[in-house]
Design a protein around this ligand. Structure first.
Ligand SMILES: CC(C)(COP(=O)(O)OP(=O)(O)OC[C@H]1O[C@@H](n2cnc3c(N)ncnc32)[C@H](O)[C@@H]1OP(=O)(O)O)[C@@H](O)C(=O)NCCC(=O)NCCS
Length: 170
């Protein structure tokens, strides 16, 4: 199957922080940022395979610095690694104080998408070719994250078997 460069999936988004988007600390609400992350990551995954994808897992989101109303929030997303049908996507979130110009990495995230055909069956995806130092580092460290995902998925499935679907208010 065809290979794709990591750069072919790269995409960007920049937004302001408006009053409805903040939490009680007057910083960007985490759920709002997570929606941005899922959105841009799904675009990167789709650009990589040019097939339909679903989010299988948000593997990690690390909030490193609060994002304030005077900041612009910029997200960069690209595919870092693939399995047979799964696609790992990295999202880097940079905040920029619009008054001082100071920039910081505000958050980082890894997500896994699965490519599906019209019958919602997982289908094979192209592998990824890293080029830059950042892409290479993320590619080389990906097997460790894939193994952690495998273990967590197994534990989640086992745990789900113990959970009840009964609702407490019924
Ligand atoms: C994701 C989904 C399609 C996987 O289906 P499945 O029948 O379990 O598929 P498989 O067991 O064949 O796994 C397919 C691939 O997905 C990966 N995968 C499945 N669940 C995963 C998870 N929770 N985390 C990470 N990877 C996962 C597998 O490792 C496998 O990767 P590989 O082909 O690269 O080795 C299915 O669980 C699903 O539809 N989930 C709901 C997704 C959704 O609705 N997302 C929107 C958010 S609400």
């Amino acid at each position: 199957m065809k290979k794709r460069y990591a750069r072919e999936s790269r995409c960007y988004k920049t937004a302001r922080v408006f009053p409805p988007d903040v939490n009680n600390h007057n910083t960007l609400f985490g759920g709002k940022l997570m929606a941005y992350i899922d959105d841009i990551a799904s675009i990167a995954a789709t650009k990589h395979c040019r097939q339909s994808v679903v989010t299988a897992s948000t593997d990690s989101v690390d909030f490193l610095h609060p994002i304030r109303p005077t900041d612009a929030v910029s997200l960069e997303s690209f595919v870092t690694w693939t399995g047979r049908t799964s696609i790992e996507v990295f999202v880097k979130v940079v905040k920029e104080d619009l008054l001082s110009g100071e920039r910081k990495i505000a958050a980082t995230s890894f997500l896994t998408f699965v490519s599906l055909n019209a019958n919602r069956t997982p289908i094979a995806v192209p592998s990824v070719v890293p080029e830059t130092e950042e892409e290479m580092k993320l590619y080389e460290t990906a097997p460790r994250r894939a193994e952690a995902r495998r273990v967590r998925r197994k534990e989640s499935k086992e745990f789900a078997d113990f959970l009840t679907v009964n609702q407490p208010w019924e």
